[in-house]
Ligand binder design. Structure first.
Ligand code: ZN
Ligand code: ZN
Length: 277
């Protein structure tokens, strides 16, 4: 039995995080974690795609920074990973990225529901005013399902990100007992069936607790459905500062235990194993 590894951490190369990898590692060691993984925002084929990720030319530097943390904290297992944006049509680029370095895992995340709207971007918050929440959730889960089906990822990131600012569907038929996203259960079912088929994991991401939604990603409803389908899990703080490493893990562990989980997944060189937590 050990504390779950924190598999979702960023670095300043993405331009919206603070603290060098060694500082994240120091914080993890102080918390008693035995394993962490850096998964900074992957570069796009075009550097000007947006302003919240490293450029392609910085990828080697990123890998070097993670290796330096490994050297400075030999008592800690430090995995090398990326949080990769999934957009339909980007599959070849993602394969190219995969071939560049000896990654331990890729987290596949959907932030973009179109080429121009990253739904979690605070600078584009007003976009939600022109959209129907159910349509956004549907478009998001459609892409997330494609991400799972692609076979490009070991982990699917923050599976119900559209709740970040509190935008939840209300118009579709109510699904009693859920934590609010009315009518979304079929979207979850379809997504999780794809996850199950591809054999990847989903993450419990505690960053949601620090956002307006005040809830771990994904919701208890999604996690319960995932457990029923034997979908494996990982844990991540989505830390954008050293002090966020391992944040609210006790709560995440409790949530996972309460729906029945006793094991989580770890990765080395894109190979999986299960450990108790
Ligand atoms: Zn970020
Ligand atoms: Zn993300």
């Amino acid at each position: 039995m050990s504390l779950p590894a924190d598999y979702h951490m960023h670095t300043p190369l993405c331009r919206h995080a603070a603290g060098e990898p060694v500082e994240y590692a120091k914080h993890a060691a102080a918390l008693g974690l035995d394993e962490i993984g850096f998964s900074d925002h992957s570069p796009m084929r075009q550097d000007d795609f947006d302003n919240w990720r490293m450029n392609i030319s910085q990828l080697d530097e990123y890998v070097e920074n993670v290796r330096k943390a490994r050297k400075d904290f030999p008592q800690l297992t430090i995995r090398l990973a990326l949080e990769v944006d999934y957009l339909p049509g980007h599959e070849d680029w993602i394969r190219e990225l995969a071939a560049r370095h000896p990654w331990d895992y890729f987290i596949g995340s959907v932030h973009y529901v179109s080429d121009s709207w990253d739904i979690d971007n605070p600078a584009k918050l007003s976009e939600w005013n022109h959209r129907d929440a159910f349509e956004v959730w549907s478009a998001y889960f459609e892409r997330l399902t494609l991400a799972a089906e692609s076979g490009l990822f070991e982990i699917i990131g923050h599976a119900d990100l559209p709740k970040k600012f509190g935008h939840r569907p209300t118009r579709a038929p109510a699904c009693a007992g859920s934590s609010g996203a009315a009518g979304c259960t079929p979207l979850y079912e379809k997504f999780l069936a794809a996850v199950q088929k591809s054999g990847c994991a989903i993450e419990l991401n505690t960053a949601g607790l620090r956002k307006d939604c005040r809830e771990i990603y994904p919701s208890r409803e999604i996690l319960q459905l995932a457990f029923q389908k034997n979908v494996p899990i990982t844990f991540g703080s989505d830390a954008h500062a050293p002090g966020e490493v391992g944040m609210n893990f006790a709560e995440a562990v409790q949530l996972a235990h309460s729906v029945g989980y006793a094991e989580c997944r770890r990765f080395v060189q894109r190979k999986q194993r299960s450990v108790k937590f």
